[in-house]
Design a protein around this ligand. Sequence first.
Ligand SMILES: [Zn+2]
Length: 273
Amino acid sequence: MIYKTFRIMDGVEVYEYGYAPLGLEYLLYTVHFFRIGDTLVDTGSFKSRKALPDFSERPPAQVLLTHYHEDHSGNARYFQQKYGTEIYGHPLTAPVLATGFPIQVYERIMFGPTEPLQIQVFPEKIHIGPWEAEWLHVPGHSDDHCCFYVPEKGWLFSGDMYVADRIKIWRKTENLKLQREGLRKLLALDFDTLFCAHNPQEKGGKERLRTKLDFFDNFYGEVALHAQRGTPLKESMRLLGRKESYFTRFMTEGDVSVENMFRDVYREEGFLL
Ligand SMILES: [Zn+2]
């Protein structure tokens, strides 16, 4: 079952889609994409395609992708083919989408299959609808992850850089050190509305990002100390009161887990290969 909502936030059209195979009380996730004039930021997952709005009256001229993950790029080829929309992304996003990328079984179930497509690389100057905008490369969630900043409106399209104040589970490919650097870079910008792909914040978006960075900094510091003292990884999870989410770990075949986040710090500190 597809879950969907629509709202306008500070003049931006906010499209939210989720997937609930066992009924809406078991909604697995939701993801948003945004429309501003002729521009879409991200495209939602393939799973939501049947429920997408009909844009034939006002076809979008361009899509800006925050990163290649399927829940963000899943309908890019559809918009390209149906409306002739230009698709733009980071130089690291383009080759991944051109060849297609392997996805885990859980991702295929939750988001749908991936479709290879050719995209263009962001020009130096971009616009979002009528507004001048900047793209910023902030890797760490994925190598290619970008955010879009609209200074005149105080908007930040943050892809997956926020999601929540506290993060408990971690993909194997995520990098905490890079995400902390990225958050510091974003906090130097002047914005209030945070167009997060999973949890948009109309007001106080910058505070939310700062809260997340504080959480990450504290987490990193505490876990790094345990690593340096030689505390076994599982023991440091116990000491910090973190329990593994076995359901998530099982469902994602180990791609997403609580332990992954600890492993990332131990690795960064040179205590794991
Ligand atoms: Zn992502």
